[in-house]
Design a protein around this ligand. Structure first.
Ligand SMILES: Nc1nc2c(ncn2[C@@H]2O[C@H](COP(=O)(O)OP(=O)(O)OP(=O)(O)O)[C@@H](O)[C@H]2O)c(=O)[nH]1
Ligand SMILES: [Mg+2]
Length: 293
């Protein structure tokens, strides 16, 4: 009769041999006193049972995509990050996730995010510094890192813009690699010279390798936009339209809203979530570019 330690050792040897050699069949000799162990040992290794889809997902876990949101002051960069958080963390209109506080949603609901919303002056960017927000997308098991930046084209003029662009570039320099730049622009604004100059300055400062990886999101859209991608002096890969209005409605007002308003709000929320789904799928195809070229 073998001691329990000897039995455990022999079981370990069987498992080891089996993982080294999938064809290996455990002997059913007297040393194994538990019939279940014999059956377990005879089973083919787990990994050969997994469908190909499953193994693809496991390989993708470590992949990450860095996307930088850039655009004029108040056109919806931080709001878009809150929407992205809701898509990636199963938020709903009634139970909104907040990673960046807003006027009506001052309480951050998610842990582990550092925002930099500070400026009380409306003509300055509310977002005072670049901050990154990292999420895991359970659908493709990839990490998405969205970088919120300071708004461009403020009333404080081109010098302030240059300083803001420099702050963004310094941050990108630390990031080393990025996959996409997402321009967030209010679609109802006509692109005046002030905006155009800001985009020109940005274009001249961006690393060459990233200049093809640019998406455009037109926000605040009820029906159609006053501008399109041709108005922006950057090479836009694809544009998307959204109306991310939900954070303009106080939670307490939501319950008092008319059925009509609720339907519209819900409809817009669902549309935004669909656009985000499409955006994230597209971003996962963007190749990585160095920020130091
Ligand atoms: N109706 C509507 N309002 C929006 C939309 N996107 C943002 N807003 C509102 O616009 C205001 C400014 O939005 P923010 O997300 O703070 O804009 P920002 O680009 O981050 O601004 P800065 O950080 O100051 O550069 C907020 O009151 C938002 O709720 C949109 O698509 N539709
Ligand atoms: Mg902001």
């Amino acid at each position: 009769m073998e001691s329990s330690e000897q039995l455990i050792k022999r079981d370990e040897m069987i498992n080891q041999t089996q993982s080294d050699n999938p064809e290996f069949n455990a002997p059913t000799g007297s040393f194994i006193n538990d019939q279940k162990c014999v059956e377990e040992a005879k089973k083919p290794p787990e990994k050969s049972k997994k469908p190909p889809e499953e193994s693809k997902k496991i390989q993708a876990v470590s992949k990450s995509f860095v996307c930088v949101l850039i655009g004029p002051i108040g056109h919806g960069k931080s709001t878009l990050i809150n929407y992205l958080a809701n898509y990636l963390r199963d938020g709903t209109l009634e139970n909104r996730k907040v990673v960046i506080p807003t006027d009506y949603y001052k309480l951050v609901t998610e842990n582990g995010f550092n925002h930099s919303e500070r400026n009380p002056e409306l003509y300055l960017s509310q977002t005072e510094n670049c901050s990154s927000y990292e999420f895991l997308n359970r659908k493709d098991n990839c990490k998405y890192i969205f970088i919120d930046t300071l708004g461009l084209s403020g009333a404080s003029g081109p010098h302030q813009d240059n300083r803001n662009i420099q702050k963004i570039l310094n941050f990108l320099n630390m990031t080393k690699k990025i996959n996409a730049i997402i321009i967030v622009q209010n679609g109802n604004y006509r692109l005046d010279l002030c905006f155009k100059n800001a985009y020109e300055r940005l274009k001249n400062s961006l690393p060459l390798s990233i200049s093809e990886n640019i998406a455009l999101i037109l926000t605040n859209l009820a029906e159609s936009a006053s501008i399109n991608e041709n108005c922006i002096p950057l090479s836009i890969k694809k544009s998307y339209m959204m109306d991310n209005v939900a954070f303009n409605v106080k939670l307490e007002d939501f319950s008092k809203m008319s059925r009509f308003k609720k339907i519209i709000l819900n409809y817009k929320w669902e549309l935004s979530m669909e656009v985000i789904e499409e955006l994230i799928e597209d971003l996962s195809q963007y190749s990585e570019a160095s920020t130091r070229d």
